[in-house]
Design a binder for this molecule. Structure first.
Ligand code: ZN
Length: 106
């Protein structure tokens, strides 16, 4: 997972496995820290995440982050941009390319 603000690799990445009801469902929370921008996390439930959230601490509450004077709570991923039809196909939910967030407009 990368920082949605600066695109830096997140450190101290933590993964909490929430154990799906059935074995073939991946259900995890991923959290990671950017030294400059703090903690981010997202939830994976069989599919790549549609949004990455800024949080106060790993597995903590959502927080507001201000970048260039604009407030953000969450950052949508490239997965959320795919057409619905493509999102129905079976993919690796942990494929990093789906986790890419849009560069923030300056
Ligand atoms: Zn950052």
């Amino acid at each position: 997972m990368r920082c949605p603000v600066c695109d830096g690799q997140l450190k101290d990445v933590l993964i909490r496995d929430l154990g799906g009801i059935t074995a073939d469902i991946t259900w995890q929370i991923h959290a990671g820290q950017c030294e400059e921008h703090g903690w981010f996390q997202t939830e994976v439930v069989s599919r790549p995440p549609r949004e990455i959230f800024a949080v106060t601490r790993p597995f903590g509450a959502a927080r507001r982050i201000v970048v260039d004077g604009r407030e953000h709570f969450s950052f949508s991923t490239s997965w959320s941009d795919l057409p619905q039809q493509e999102r129905r196909e079976k993919v690796d939910p942990l494929d990093a390319s789906y986790w890419q967030t849009k560069p923030l407009s300056k």
